[in-house]
Design a protein around this ligand. Structure first.
Ligand code: AMP
Length: 320
């Protein structure tokens, strides 16, 4: 995850919750990718250091366990940058130019000048982040599948030129890849439609109560369609079958209003989030310990990255 600030519900329900359960099944490496933050925020770097700590606190509060998994900061393992450079020699420019999110992001963030070398290369940096650990699986949402495919193509091209060094990683799809924000668009900091995981229950409740619903349901007496309602996406994650049936029947017959539906959602959502707040408060009191875990995790990750880079340099005949 990029250190762009405190995490929001999209990060939590779309990625983090899944990561927490993967820890028992896989040997996981989770990275806070500060070089990636620079690809879009190179003009505003004051917050990056603090944001790294905020992301780590959100992870730890959510149940990422440094005893089970490796948590690392990308720039503390500069081998990522070396692999990125070496891979950049073999990646044809059109492979990067045709990545769907490239043009889309440039369009969506006109206030940032993203026509830079670094921004074009960010899917390649992602590939380096994955390949340097010879990862088998990468937990991502649907929108990242094209990037994993690109990563596989890069691995194949490297192996073709220099011999079999990299395995081809598979995308491990998460359940909810596009959790909507308060305005119905994908929840994202850049849209300003996010609800932060660390917000207090009153603030979360206020935002949920104001959240956009089925736009065709203008009045309480109009029937609605849960399938187009952003609030129902949350019910799919948080409400049991019986509750969802109550919502669906009530909404489609105008038997319940949006307020009733949202109250049920909050009743199911807040107990999931509130325990995280307590853990967060504890972690905030000891940020030195949090930083220590990041340094230790990065050092462990660097051990693996160095081994891979030795192989890469041998394969590319640049060892002396
Ligand atoms: P980002 O900081 O945008 O790179 O997001 C970090 C992680 O959170 C990635 O795995 C994203 O797929 C996930 N994520 C971000 N926003 C959302 C969202 N609105 N819904 C679901 N997952 C999201």
């Amino acid at each position: 995850m990029r250190p762009t600030g405190r995490l929001h519900l999209g990060n939590f329900f779309g990625a983090l919750q899944n990561w927490v359960s993967l820890q028992d099944e896989y040997e996981c490496i989770f990275g806070i990718v500060d070089y990636h933050a620079l690809t879009t925020d190179y003009g505003n770097v004051d917050q990056i250091g603090q944001n790294v700590v905020e992301v780590a606190i959100d992870w730890l509060a959510s149940g990422i366990d440094p005893q089970k998994s490796t948590i690392m900061v990308q720039s503390l393992v500069p081998e990522h940058a070396e692999l990125h450079l070496l891979l950049s020699m073999i990646v044809p420019l059109p492979w990067l130019e045709r990545v769907p999110t490239y043009k889309e992001q440039i369009r969506q963030l006109p206030e940032k000048d993203l026509l830079t070398y670094g921004f074009l290369g960010y899917p390649l940096l992602q590939a380096a982040d994955i390949l340097i650990y010879k990862a088998d699986a990468v937990p991502v949402g649907e929108d990242q599948v094209a990037h994993i495919e690109l990563c596989r193509e890069i691995a194949r091209r490297f192996n073709h030129f220099y011999g079999a060094v990299f395995p081809e990683p598979q995308a491990k799809l998460t359940r909810m890849a596009r959790l909507p924000g308060t305005d119905g668009r994908k929840m994202s900091k850049s849209y300003g439609n996010e609800i932060q995981l660390s917000e207090d229950p009153e603030s979360i409740s206020k935002k949920v109560m104001k959240m956009m619903t089925d736009p065709a349901r203008a009045r309480r007496t109009d029937p609605g369609n849960p399938e187009v309602c952003p609030v129902f996406d949350y019910h799919k994650l948080l409400t049991d079958a019986q509750g969802r049936k109550w919502v669906t029947e009530g909404c489609t017959t105008a038997g319940i209003g949006c307020t009733d539906c949202k109250q049920l959602l909050l009743k199911n959502m807040l107990p999931v989030i509130e325990p995280l707040h307590e853990k967060r408060l504890e972690l905030e009191k000891d940020t030195d310990q949090v930083k220590q875990w990041l340094v230790e995790g990065s050092s462990k990750a660097q051990g693996i990255a160095r081994e891979t880079m030795t192989e890469v340099r041998q394969a590319m005949k640049i060892e002396y």
